[in-house]
Design a protein. Structure first.
Length: 134
């Protein structure tokens, strides 16, 4: 039997990650569209920090049967934080060259890692609903 407390904590973190993913994508669109760097950094900083804290919280989940999910969430949380941080950095310097502006114009989605986060969250939710935890 899976540790139901750890599974519940894992599901909560996955769902929170999915929630923040939406905000990350909203900020990426605003960065792509040359939004105000100060406002976007104030909005993005707490999200980046939260993803970091969520990664720390993940490592308190020690049930070996959940390891694959913990690792997957850890990777996607790291990706989302790095993507947003890098996009903010790009906005700060994109005025320097056309090549940087081209990269900025590509922002807007979390791509395959966002899809991966949604898939992992679905799988954990199914696992939690299957009655294997106790």
């Amino acid at each position: 039997m899976l540790d139901s407390g750890q599974l519940e904590r894992l599901l909560r973190l996955a769902q929170e990650g999915l929630y923040w993913k939406g905000d990350v994508e909203d900020l990426l669109v605003a960065i792509r569209d040359d939004g105000d760097l100060g406002q976007l950094a104030r909005a993005g900083g707490p999200i980046i920090s939260r993803f970091g804290r969520m990664r720390v919280e993940l490592h308190a989940i020690t049930d070996p049967r959940l390891c694959e999910y913990v690792d997957g969430l850890d990777e996607t949380f790291a990706y989302h934080a790095l993507l947003l941080n890098s996009a903010l950095d790009l906005l700060a310097v994109s005025w320097r060259s056309e090549r940087l502006r081209e990269q900025q114009a590509k922002l807007g989605s979390t791509g395959r890692q966002g899809e991966r986060l949604a898939r992992i969250t679905r799988e954990i939710k199914e696992l939690a609903g299957s009655g294997l935890a106790g």
